[in-house]
Write a new protein. Structure first.
Length: 292
Protein backbone atom coordinates (compact mmCIF):
# COMPACT_ATOMS: atom_id res chain seq x y z
CA UNK A 1 0.00 0.00 0.00
CA UNK A 2 2.94 2.36 0.82
CA UNK A 3 4.44 1.85 -2.66
CA UNK A 4 1.12 2.61 -4.31
CA UNK A 5 0.75 5.85 -2.32
CA UNK A 6 4.31 6.79 -3.32
CA UNK A 7 3.48 6.15 -6.99
CA UNK A 8 0.40 8.35 -6.75
CA UNK A 9 2.37 11.16 -5.08
CA UNK A 10 5.03 11.10 -7.81
CA UNK A 11 2.39 11.01 -10.55
CA UNK A 12 0.55 13.94 -8.93
CA UNK A 13 3.78 15.99 -8.80
CA UNK A 14 4.56 15.30 -12.46
CA UNK A 15 0.97 15.97 -13.52
CA UNK A 16 0.92 19.29 -11.62
CA UNK A 17 4.02 20.48 -13.50
CA UNK A 18 2.60 19.48 -16.87
CA UNK A 19 -0.74 21.14 -16.15
CA UNK A 20 0.92 24.36 -14.98
CA UNK A 21 3.09 24.51 -18.12
CA UNK A 22 0.09 23.84 -20.36
CA UNK A 23 -2.05 26.54 -18.76
CA UNK A 24 0.86 29.01 -18.90
CA UNK A 25 1.05 28.48 -22.67
CA UNK A 26 -2.74 28.79 -23.06
CA UNK A 27 -3.13 25.28 -24.54
CA UNK A 28 -6.25 23.25 -23.89
CA UNK A 29 -6.21 19.59 -22.94
CA UNK A 30 -8.06 18.76 -26.17
CA UNK A 31 -5.24 20.34 -28.20
CA UNK A 32 -2.68 18.24 -26.32
CA UNK A 33 -4.72 15.11 -27.07
CA UNK A 34 -4.94 16.05 -30.76
CA UNK A 35 -1.19 16.67 -31.09
CA UNK A 36 0.10 13.71 -29.09
CA UNK A 37 -2.62 11.21 -30.08
CA UNK A 38 -3.14 10.42 -26.38
CA UNK A 39 -6.67 9.93 -25.11
CA UNK A 40 -8.12 12.92 -23.28
CA UNK A 41 -9.15 10.70 -20.33
CA UNK A 42 -5.53 9.52 -19.84
CA UNK A 43 -4.26 13.12 -19.89
CA UNK A 44 -6.81 14.16 -17.26
CA UNK A 45 -5.81 11.30 -14.95
CA UNK A 46 -2.10 12.15 -15.34
CA UNK A 47 -2.69 15.81 -14.48
CA UNK A 48 -4.86 14.85 -11.49
CA UNK A 49 -2.43 12.14 -10.30
CA UNK A 50 -4.95 9.29 -10.52
CA UNK A 51 -3.43 5.81 -11.05
CA UNK A 52 -6.78 4.06 -11.37
CA UNK A 53 -7.83 3.68 -14.99
CA UNK A 54 -4.35 4.22 -16.46
CA UNK A 55 -2.47 1.48 -18.38
CA UNK A 56 0.86 0.05 -17.22
CA UNK A 57 3.86 2.15 -16.22
CA UNK A 58 5.58 1.75 -19.61
CA UNK A 59 2.60 3.39 -21.35
CA UNK A 60 2.28 6.14 -18.72
CA UNK A 61 5.99 6.92 -19.07
CA UNK A 62 5.61 7.26 -22.84
CA UNK A 63 2.53 9.48 -22.41
CA UNK A 64 4.37 11.81 -20.01
CA UNK A 65 7.46 12.08 -22.23
CA UNK A 66 5.38 12.90 -25.31
CA UNK A 67 3.33 15.41 -23.32
CA UNK A 68 6.51 17.13 -22.03
CA UNK A 69 8.09 17.19 -25.51
CA UNK A 70 4.95 18.76 -26.99
CA UNK A 71 5.06 21.53 -24.36
CA UNK A 72 8.82 22.00 -24.83
CA UNK A 73 9.60 21.13 -21.19
CA UNK A 74 13.19 20.12 -20.44
CA UNK A 75 13.08 19.73 -16.66
CA UNK A 76 15.66 17.33 -15.14
CA UNK A 77 13.64 17.19 -11.91
CA UNK A 78 10.57 15.97 -13.82
CA UNK A 79 12.63 13.25 -15.53
CA UNK A 80 14.11 12.26 -12.15
CA UNK A 81 10.61 11.96 -10.64
CA UNK A 82 9.58 9.82 -13.60
CA UNK A 83 12.58 7.49 -13.08
CA UNK A 84 11.87 7.31 -9.35
CA UNK A 85 8.30 6.31 -10.15
CA UNK A 86 9.64 3.51 -12.36
CA UNK A 87 11.85 2.20 -9.53
CA UNK A 88 8.89 2.26 -7.15
CA UNK A 89 6.77 0.34 -9.67
CA UNK A 90 9.47 -2.33 -10.05
CA UNK A 91 9.75 -2.67 -6.28
CA UNK A 92 6.00 -2.99 -5.79
CA UNK A 93 5.00 -6.68 -5.37
CA UNK A 94 1.97 -7.84 -7.34
CA UNK A 95 -1.26 -8.19 -5.34
CA UNK A 96 -2.00 -11.75 -4.13
CA UNK A 97 -4.47 -13.70 -6.21
CA UNK A 98 -7.72 -14.62 -4.53
CA UNK A 99 -9.61 -17.83 -5.07
CA UNK A 100 -12.88 -17.83 -6.97
CA UNK A 101 -14.80 -18.43 -3.72
CA UNK A 102 -13.20 -15.41 -2.06
CA UNK A 103 -13.94 -13.23 -5.09
CA UNK A 104 -17.58 -14.29 -5.01
CA UNK A 105 -17.83 -13.56 -1.30
CA UNK A 106 -16.17 -10.15 -1.78
CA UNK A 107 -18.58 -9.30 -4.57
CA UNK A 108 -21.55 -10.32 -2.43
CA UNK A 109 -20.35 -8.28 0.56
CA UNK A 110 -19.60 -5.27 -1.62
CA UNK A 111 -23.03 -5.35 -3.19
CA UNK A 112 -24.72 -5.55 0.22
CA UNK A 113 -27.59 -7.64 -1.16
CA UNK A 114 -28.29 -11.30 -0.12
CA UNK A 115 -30.08 -12.11 -3.38
CA UNK A 116 -27.45 -14.62 -4.68
CA UNK A 117 -27.80 -16.70 -1.53
CA UNK A 118 -31.60 -16.50 -1.61
CA UNK A 119 -31.61 -17.55 -5.26
CA UNK A 120 -29.40 -20.55 -4.50
CA UNK A 121 -31.63 -21.64 -1.62
CA UNK A 122 -34.73 -21.33 -3.80
CA UNK A 123 -33.15 -23.52 -6.50
CA UNK A 124 -32.17 -26.15 -3.92
CA UNK A 125 -35.72 -26.18 -2.51
CA UNK A 126 -37.22 -26.67 -5.99
CA UNK A 127 -34.76 -29.50 -6.68
CA UNK A 128 -35.64 -31.28 -3.42
CA UNK A 129 -39.38 -31.03 -4.13
CA UNK A 130 -38.90 -32.48 -7.59
CA UNK A 131 -36.83 -35.41 -6.27
CA UNK A 132 -39.47 -36.12 -3.62
CA UNK A 133 -42.24 -36.13 -6.22
CA UNK A 134 -40.30 -38.63 -8.36
CA UNK A 135 -39.72 -40.92 -5.36
CA UNK A 136 -43.46 -40.91 -4.52
CA UNK A 137 -44.36 -41.77 -8.11
CA UNK A 138 -41.86 -44.65 -8.25
CA UNK A 139 -42.24 -46.37 -4.87
CA UNK A 140 -45.94 -45.83 -3.95
CA UNK A 141 -48.49 -47.98 -5.88
CA UNK A 142 -51.21 -46.23 -7.74
CA UNK A 143 -54.92 -46.45 -6.85
CA UNK A 144 -55.54 -48.84 -9.75
CA UNK A 145 -53.50 -51.53 -7.94
CA UNK A 146 -56.14 -51.78 -5.18
CA UNK A 147 -59.05 -52.37 -7.54
CA UNK A 148 -60.40 -55.93 -7.92
CA UNK A 149 -59.38 -57.62 -11.13
CA UNK A 150 -62.17 -57.85 -13.73
CA UNK A 151 -64.10 -61.13 -13.94
CA UNK A 152 -63.17 -63.35 -16.80
CA UNK A 153 -65.86 -64.17 -19.32
CA UNK A 154 -66.89 -67.87 -19.41
CA UNK A 155 -65.40 -69.83 -22.25
CA UNK A 156 -68.13 -71.45 -24.36
CA UNK A 157 -67.02 -74.30 -26.56
CA UNK A 158 -69.18 -74.61 -29.66
CA UNK A 159 -70.07 -78.10 -30.74
CA UNK A 160 -69.27 -78.41 -34.39
CA UNK A 161 -68.83 -81.31 -36.74
CA UNK A 162 -65.24 -82.43 -37.13
CA UNK A 163 -63.53 -81.13 -40.22
CA UNK A 164 -62.16 -83.42 -42.84
CA UNK A 165 -58.40 -83.48 -42.95
CA UNK A 166 -56.91 -81.41 -45.76
CA UNK A 167 -55.47 -83.46 -48.64
CA UNK A 168 -51.76 -83.78 -48.78
CA UNK A 169 -50.35 -82.00 -51.82
CA UNK A 170 -47.12 -83.00 -53.44
CA UNK A 171 -44.47 -80.31 -53.23
CA UNK A 172 -43.99 -78.39 -56.42
CA UNK A 173 -40.65 -78.88 -58.17
CA UNK A 174 -38.18 -76.21 -57.38
CA UNK A 175 -36.41 -74.92 -60.43
CA UNK A 176 -32.78 -73.91 -60.51
CA UNK A 177 -33.80 -70.35 -61.19
CA UNK A 178 -35.74 -70.15 -57.94
CA UNK A 179 -32.72 -71.30 -55.94
CA UNK A 180 -30.32 -68.84 -57.53
CA UNK A 181 -30.03 -65.47 -55.80
CA UNK A 182 -31.75 -62.61 -57.52
CA UNK A 183 -29.43 -60.58 -59.65
CA UNK A 184 -28.90 -57.12 -58.17
CA UNK A 185 -30.59 -54.37 -60.08
CA UNK A 186 -28.29 -51.48 -60.97
CA UNK A 187 -29.14 -48.23 -59.21
CA UNK A 188 -30.36 -45.44 -61.51
CA UNK A 189 -27.75 -42.89 -62.42
CA UNK A 190 -28.46 -39.45 -61.01
CA UNK A 191 -26.57 -36.50 -62.46
CA UNK A 192 -25.11 -34.26 -59.79
CA UNK A 193 -23.87 -30.72 -60.25
CA UNK A 194 -20.15 -30.14 -59.58
CA UNK A 195 -19.38 -28.56 -56.19
CA UNK A 196 -18.75 -24.81 -56.32
CA UNK A 197 -15.23 -23.75 -55.33
CA UNK A 198 -14.95 -22.43 -51.81
CA UNK A 199 -13.77 -18.81 -51.83
CA UNK A 200 -12.98 -16.16 -49.26
CA UNK A 201 -16.05 -14.63 -47.66
CA UNK A 202 -16.68 -11.15 -48.98
CA UNK A 203 -15.26 -11.69 -52.48
CA UNK A 204 -11.69 -10.96 -53.61
CA UNK A 205 -8.90 -10.72 -51.00
CA UNK A 206 -7.91 -7.32 -49.65
CA UNK A 207 -5.16 -5.36 -51.38
CA UNK A 208 -3.32 -4.62 -48.12
CA UNK A 209 -2.54 -7.02 -45.29
CA UNK A 210 -0.67 -5.65 -42.28
CA UNK A 211 0.66 -8.02 -39.63
CA UNK A 212 1.71 -6.55 -36.26
CA UNK A 213 3.67 -8.85 -33.94
CA UNK A 214 4.19 -7.92 -30.29
CA UNK A 215 7.72 -7.85 -28.90
CA UNK A 216 6.87 -6.03 -25.63
CA UNK A 217 3.70 -4.89 -23.88
CA UNK A 218 2.65 -2.22 -26.36
CA UNK A 219 -0.43 -0.05 -26.89
CA UNK A 220 -1.67 0.06 -30.51
CA UNK A 221 -4.28 2.17 -32.30
CA UNK A 222 -5.29 1.33 -35.91
CA UNK A 223 -7.75 2.63 -38.51
CA UNK A 224 -8.71 0.73 -41.69
CA UNK A 225 -9.76 2.63 -44.84
CA UNK A 226 -10.54 5.87 -42.92
CA UNK A 227 -12.92 4.09 -40.56
CA UNK A 228 -13.11 5.07 -36.86
CA UNK A 229 -9.91 4.00 -35.05
CA UNK A 230 -9.76 1.06 -32.66
CA UNK A 231 -7.28 0.27 -29.88
CA UNK A 232 -5.69 -2.87 -28.49
CA UNK A 233 -2.90 -3.95 -26.12
CA UNK A 234 -0.31 -6.32 -27.61
CA UNK A 235 1.75 -8.63 -25.40
CA UNK A 236 4.95 -10.46 -26.40
CA UNK A 237 4.24 -13.22 -28.97
CA UNK A 238 0.80 -11.72 -29.77
CA UNK A 239 -0.04 -11.11 -33.43
CA UNK A 240 -2.72 -8.99 -35.11
CA UNK A 241 -3.67 -9.15 -38.82
CA UNK A 242 -5.31 -6.08 -40.39
CA UNK A 243 -6.85 -6.19 -43.89
CA UNK A 244 -7.75 -3.09 -45.89
CA UNK A 245 -8.28 -1.94 -49.47
CA UNK A 246 -6.80 1.58 -49.48
CA UNK A 247 -4.73 2.27 -46.35
CA UNK A 248 -3.93 1.19 -42.80
CA UNK A 249 -3.10 3.95 -40.27
CA UNK A 250 -1.16 2.90 -37.14
CA UNK A 251 -0.19 4.64 -33.89
CA UNK A 252 2.26 2.58 -31.80
CA UNK A 253 3.01 3.29 -28.13
CA UNK A 254 6.63 2.09 -28.28
CA UNK A 255 8.66 1.87 -31.48
CA UNK A 256 10.67 -1.13 -30.25
CA UNK A 257 7.58 -2.92 -28.93
CA UNK A 258 6.32 -4.37 -32.24
CA UNK A 259 7.42 -5.49 -35.68
CA UNK A 260 5.21 -4.52 -38.63
CA UNK A 261 4.89 -6.37 -41.95
CA UNK A 262 3.05 -5.07 -45.04
CA UNK A 263 2.07 -7.83 -47.50
CA UNK A 264 4.87 -9.96 -46.08
CA UNK A 265 7.54 -7.20 -46.25
CA UNK A 266 8.92 -5.74 -43.00
CA UNK A 267 8.27 -2.03 -42.42
CA UNK A 268 11.15 -0.03 -40.93
CA UNK A 269 10.28 1.71 -37.62
CA UNK A 270 12.26 4.43 -35.77
CA UNK A 271 15.31 3.04 -33.99
CA UNK A 272 14.84 5.17 -30.87
CA UNK A 273 13.47 3.32 -27.84
CA UNK A 274 10.25 4.29 -26.06
CA UNK A 275 9.23 6.56 -28.93
CA UNK A 276 5.59 7.04 -29.88
CA UNK A 277 5.03 6.29 -33.57
CA UNK A 278 2.02 8.44 -34.56
CA UNK A 279 -0.05 8.19 -37.77
CA UNK A 280 2.05 5.65 -39.66
CA UNK A 281 0.24 5.38 -43.03
CA UNK A 282 0.64 2.11 -44.99
CA UNK A 283 -0.83 1.97 -48.52
CA UNK A 284 -0.04 0.72 -52.02
CA UNK A 285 2.64 3.39 -52.43
CA UNK A 286 4.33 2.05 -49.31
CA UNK A 287 4.41 -1.43 -50.89
CA UNK A 288 6.16 -0.04 -53.98
CA UNK A 289 8.73 1.84 -51.87
CA UNK A 290 9.55 -1.27 -49.85
CA UNK A 291 9.98 -3.47 -52.93
CA UNK A 292 12.11 -0.88 -54.77
Amino acid sequence: MTEQIRQQELLAAVGHKLKAAREAQGITLQEVSSRTRIQNAFLEKIEQGQLEGLPGYSFVRGFIRNYAQMLGIDDPELMEQLQTMGRVVQATPPPPMKSSTERLLDAEQGAGLPWPRLLLLALLAILLLWVGYLLVRVFLPSEAAYEAPPAKAPVVQALAAPRAPAPLLAPAPVSALALSPAAPQPAPLVATAPAAPVGRAGGAPSALRVTVRGLEDTWLRYALDRKPPLEMLLHPADSATLDADEEVRLTIGKSQGVSVYLNGEEVALPGETDRLVADLVLNKLTVLKIRN
